[in-house]
Design a binder for this molecule. Structure first.
Ligand SMILES: [Zn+2]
Length: 276
């Protein structure tokens, strides 16, 4: 059965939008992978989100989303963090600082498996740094557009990491350029700014994604949901998914652990087979 996971990005401070989005998912019993920006995180948010997680441990997953979610290239501001040729040591240090911050703030509530690079931008050095620090899952984008999919396909054949700063997706698989597994999003409900389109348009995008994968990641940014209409679109979309009886809701860690178990079991059978 196709699996669906939600990724809510840019968690940092505790605000009304976050409270409303978190409640929306909790009421519907749908887990969410929240991507936390280490330098955005406030003490107030730590207190509230840990409290919430204590009551709903399987519904709230807290992962790392970059370090400061911005960078300057030739004096120009970018919301990305790991493009522009940053060295391996530089990226390693930045990601390590963020990981330590989250581990200190969130303690055992920090899930150190998943890393989401801001703006889904990364290069080979980013992936090397992630592996060295112990991350296992890269989450970026895997968009169901024909041309984009052709580029991914060609890039994977050549074992490329990125083309012109855009990541080559290996979604649902181990990447051939590192030891990382990839679980990326295929549907963006908003662009961190205004909420996109109508419920019907979002459902069309969801259907398009289903043509390419049976592990469909959906991204949102709670801070984008400011008006009643925004929440209506979000609620309408989620409730339409709930009415589909042929999908199930899960989270990235659960998917990854299942695949790891299956892979290990297949390898064991393979060994037994070889031994006769
Ligand atoms: Zn972000």
């Amino acid at each position: 059965m196709p699996e669906v996971f939600f990724r809510d990005d840019d968690l940092g401070d505790w605000n009304e939008a976050l409270q409303k989005v978190a409640s929306l998912f909790l009421e519907r019993h749908i887990p969410v992978n929240y991507q936390v920006v280490p330098t955005f995180l406030t003490n107030e948010c730590v207190g509230h989100i840990r409290n919430l997680r204590a009551r709903h441990p399987n519904m709230i997953h807290l992962n790392q989303h970059g370090y400061r979610h911005e960078q300057f290239i030739h004096g120009k501001h970018h919301w990305s963090e790991f493009v522009g040729g940053r060295s391996f040591d530089d990226q390693l240090e930045t990601i390590r600082l963020g990981r330590e911050l989250l581990a200190n703030f969130l303690q055992e509530d920090f899930d150190p498996l998943v890393f989401t690079p801001p703006q889904h931008s990364y290069d080979r050095n980013t992936l090397r740094a992630l592996e060295q620090l112990g991350f296992e899952i890269l989450s970026a984008s895997f968009y169901p557009r024909r041309l984009t999919q052709l580029i991914y396909h060609a890039g994977r054949k050549l074992h490329l990491t990125a083309v012109r700063g855009r990541g080559i997706s290996y979604h649902g698989n181990w990447r051939s350029d590192s030891g990382l597994f990839e679980l990326s999003i295929s549907v963006a409900l908003d662009d961190a700014g205004p909420v996109r389109g109508s419920v019907d348009q979002l459902l069309e995008e969801f259907s398009a994604a289903r043509m390419y994968t049976n592990r469909i990641g959906i991204m949102l940014h709670h801070n984008a949901y400011k008006t009643q209409r925004d929440f209506e679109v979000l609620t309408g979309f989620i409730d339409a998914l709930i009415r589909m009886s042929d999908i199930e809701f899960t989270d990235m860690g659960t998917i990854f652990r299942q695949i790891k178990t299956q892979t290990a079991s297949a390898a064991r059978h393979g060994e037994q087979g070889e031994g006769g």
